[in-house]
Design a protein around this ligand. Structure first.
Ligand SMILES: [Zn+2]
Length: 81
């Protein structure tokens, strides 16, 4: 019955999750560091990359593809890990 409510809750959780990551690391970090930090295994296809070129990851200090958002499959992995 409350399918819509559940969906809304999940959307709120998604926003909280990505905000938490950004708040914790100030800026966006690379996929490897997200995987390490949250002990998950995000694939390239689970992430959104806002930049077409590598940027400096503030965590590992290496030039990597910086994750600027997560696709639904990525959020799902974060929420259900
Ligand atoms: Zn990194």
């Amino acid at each position: 019955m409350n399918y819509q409510l559940i969906q809304q809750n999940n959307e709120v959780k998604n926003m909280v999750t990505i905000r938490k990551i950004k708040k914790r690391f100030v800026s966006n970090i690379c996929r490897q560091c997200i995987n390490k930090t949250y002990n998950i295994h995000l694939l390239h296809t689970d992430c959104k990359y806002g930049l077409m070129y590598p940027g400096l990851c503030p965590v590992c200090k290496e030039m990597k593809n910086i994750v600027t958002g997560l696709r639904l499959s990525g959020y799902w992995k974060l929420l259900t890990k």
